[in-house]
Design a protein around this ligand. Structure first.
Ligand code: GRF
Length: 195
């Protein structure tokens, strides 16, 4: 069973969808650790409710990204983590973590990349007036949402769509697509590196 860590900064609804699928037996993985960079994040409460250990840190208490990533690596190694799942972690992964876990980090992004990378992808798509947007799961490299694409699913923007309704539709796709893609990855059913 793949031993994973989930990294989240906010609500953690994607983290929850992964935990729920593991609990219901539809995803074979063991969440060894939640890594969280925001002390008040709802994701931390979700981890506590699920009995999953949390490593919580504040970036500003470290002198550099390298320093906190070294500490994260120590925690990951101690927990026996093999694979990292980013789920709303609002930081770029630095060279230190990339070197330690290169090719074993994935992310979810709420657009059809390479369109609308970076922050507020749903707002960018809505304001841009596109008729189709969606969700991407990709490997993580040094860039902002630039790594190799693993899976994508389109979401149609209807005539009467609001930003809020679009967000709800995208989240519903995320909560299904992320666990499903991880399931395939861990069974090596989709293209990608050897894990
Ligand atoms: C999701 O929309 C994800 O695509 C993006 O950040 C959001 C996290 O939401 N990377 P949540 O914390 O999982 O609810």
């Amino acid at each position: 069973m793949k031993k994973i860590a989930v990294f989240a900064s906010g609500s953690g609804s994607n983290f929850q969808s992964i935990v729920d699928e593991i609990d219901s037996g539809t995803l074979e993985a063991d969440v060894r650790l939640l890594v969280c960079d925001r002390p008040g994040a709802r994701a931390k409460e979700r981890a506590e409710e699920a009995g999953i250990p949390v490593f919580s840190f504040r970036a500003k208490e470290y002198e550099s990204k390298e320093a906190f990533e070294r500490e994260i690596i120590r925690e990951l190694e101690e927990a026996g983590v093999e694979f990292i799942v980013l789920a709303g972690y609002m930081r770029l992964i630095g060279p230190t973590l990339l070197e330690a876990f290169g090719g074993r980090i994935v992310n979810i992004h709420p657009s059809i990349l390479p369109a609308f990378p970076g922050k507020d992808a749903i707002g960018q798509a809505f304001d841009g007036g596109v008729k189709v947007t969606g969700v991407t799961i990709h490997y993580v490299d040094a860039g902002m949402d630039t790594g190799e694409i693993i899976a994508q699913e389109a979401v149609t923007v209807e005539e009467d769509e609001t930003r809020e309704s679009l967000q709800r539709k995208i989240q519903a796709v995320e909560h299904r697509l992320y666990p499903a893609t991880l399931r395939d990855l861990f069974r090596k059913k989709v293209m990608g590196r050897s894990l």
